[in-house]
Design a protein around this ligand. Sequence first.
Ligand code: ANZ
Ligand code: ZN
Length: 815
Amino acid sequence: MESYNHEQIEKKWQKKWDEEKLYLTQERADKKKCYVLDMFPYPSGEGLHVGHPKGYIATDIYSRHKRMSGFNVLHPMGWDAFGLPAENFALKNKVHPRVAVEKNIARFKEQLSGIGFSYDWEREINTTDPEYYKWTQWIFLKMFEQGLAYESHEPINWCPTCLTGLANEDLEGNECERCGTVVEKKPIRQWVLKITDYAERLLEDIESLDWPESIKESQRNWIGKSEGAEITFNIKHHDVGVRIFTTRPDTLYGATYIVLAPEHELMDKLKVEIKNWSAVEKYIQEASEKSDLDRQKNEKEKTGVLLEGVVAINPVNNEEVPVFVADYVLSGYGTGAIMAVPAHDERDFAFAKEKNLIIRGVVVPEGNVNPEDYELLLVSPTSKSVTEYILKYGPYTGTGYLIDSGEFNNQKSEDVKEKITKKVGGEMKTKYRLRDWVFSRQRYWGEPIPIIHCEKCGPVAVPEEDLPVVLPEVEHYEPTGTGESPLASIDSWVNTTCPTCNGAGKRETNTMPQWAGSSWYHLRYIDPKNSVEFADKEKEKYWSPVDMYVGGAEHATRHLIYARFWHKFLFDIKEVNYSEPFKRLQHVGLILAEDGRKMSKRYGNVVNPDDIVHFYGADTLRVYEMFMGPFAQSVSWNTESIIGPRKFLERVWRLQEIVVEGDDSLETILHKTIQKVGSDIENFAFNTAVSQLMIFLNEVEKNKKIRTSSYVAFLKLLAPFAPHIVEELWEKMGNTSSVHLEPWPEYDASKLISDTVSIPVQINGKVRGLIEADFDITEEEVLARIKKSATISRWIVGDIQKVIYVPNKLISLVI
Ligand code: ANZ
Ligand code: ZN
């Protein structure tokens, strides 16, 4: 028998599969479908490191298993190639982004094809292809038509290094997610998508998704729903009022001052009344230099300035209350103004103590108070005693019943929210933290926004038949930093005619953000060459939604929210059949470098998959990456440990020598293995699937023979994990068609013995108890369990002289 030559085998089969178009997706309405999707990469210049393919290996195994189980599988791949990463790379290396992207794609594809993935390459897409982004532009125009894309001049996040505006989702705290620079607020004209119209549905439908709970929770937090009330506090001797947003209208009687955000529009109107304007102005100026994130920090000392000469009226009791400006109130949330209730809110409490303001308790907790203070608080509580309690223990932020609240005394806080709001003419309101999506970038490498500005008609949509608006060639594609994109310098491109009035028009020169193309790409794979629609409706109905979507958890609140938003919009305008794009999602844990850090050129700790494929083989790499640990966990790479999977495959290679006819007494373990590998793949528990295959191999080797039917079944189980070596062994058996087209083996439930056993424990010949355990528990484990069991171990007096263990049946101890 020749030895296992991975290099020759892998090249041979990759070529053959390619020539025979083995993985081409068939349009077959008579078969059940399964759409398995990877988050597509942006083709960076550094190429793949061994961490990248982990998710792709998993989806490949999943796809192969589904194909063998009779499903019609769609498993495509493509390139997310617009946006800052690609452009920054091009700038650094002084090549045109288009050229860089082409080169990087070729490199990525070569690396991927060495690992033996079963992608249908005829469906490859590239977001920078005009035939692709024509539809990205088309969807934008549909949103524009529906009033969901609008122009705004609100100050937005500006990265002074990337020289472009950014959406909230592009920040890591208060830094640009791309380059780590602290962002500034800058007012520039921009296009914005009204994702907030979808906030409630994006939130509600999370429940219907089969996604990891952690990702669902990040989305809930990102959307950040709060139910509360808007209430107006009038300003004394003034015809304006301050509208505040609160989630606790029940505490209105305890509101002892109000606070405006430094950016609040009233500030200007009240200017003449404010006696200490210069101090206030200085404070506003300082606040504008801080980020929202810093302003919200809990541990931070609360600062603020009293607006001297301005007094507000609490509408519930007509009490006069002072007005402050303080930066812990943000302008972008609620109404940008709050009523402060220091007795029941942490931030207000900190501020009130700082400034010596009135603290008035109006909510008494029910039970669970410090027993010492029971009397102080609960026996006829007064706002004075409650306030004392609060000064001692800090604000009470829970619910309870009201005191010192006029007609609402003794009622439950939850029950009076609406009543109090109504009494003062306020309005119950729901707010979301989610902000509209800042959708324009002042950069070159993106989809042009298909709008023409006309002095007479305003912003006008480019007619559908003129799409795509192709990104023009430009001499300098460096960002300008002027708030305009480099496209603004191409007069011949900018100047055009208005589609509505035929007068002079100017093209929009901002481009779309890098998240645009990926917000709907899952739909394009369904029908990638369609030139009249982004996808044929029947095909879309058949293939959607994506059944299994796999990618990094870092996309929890970016891509995964944007794509759900676009998909829901397309559903509303009847362009797609389902309201959610990704039914099931798994997130892939990172592969870290051997030193435990992230793999990066910067740290010089990158392991290149090409080297691993060359030395150990793609099949070994695949088995190793799946065997490293639970799929969703981060694990460190370890080149030494790759020997294990390599040896495993070498042993598999030698099995061909001990294949026999007749019985092999492997039936039970074989059926158990078929059952476990199948269900583990379905559950993304690849590590335990591999370990079961290893257990089976051990049994075969002990047995020194395997009959043909068992061997066939074993090869099929291993095929998704190690497709090349299995295909070779399959061919050596005399088969002429691919193992990957074979049906998945079925197990016979009657052949499985129960997974758990009860093992009687004999001590000096007498049964003293039973150990319930998993099948195949080892002697050591049984002994450990006996020692833990008080009822059994009390019979062990003295040393154990002898142990006889009959696996799964009996253990006998002689003392
Ligand atoms: C009075 C009050 C009393 C409040 C109390 C809380 C507890 P969430 O749940 O995050 O939505 N708030 C409102 N607008 C704000 C802004 N622009 N900047 C900073 N804080 C703001 O928080 C809503 C609560 O946060 C509101 O309810 C308000 O304080 C504050 F015992 O009003 B509350
Ligand atoms: Zn016009």
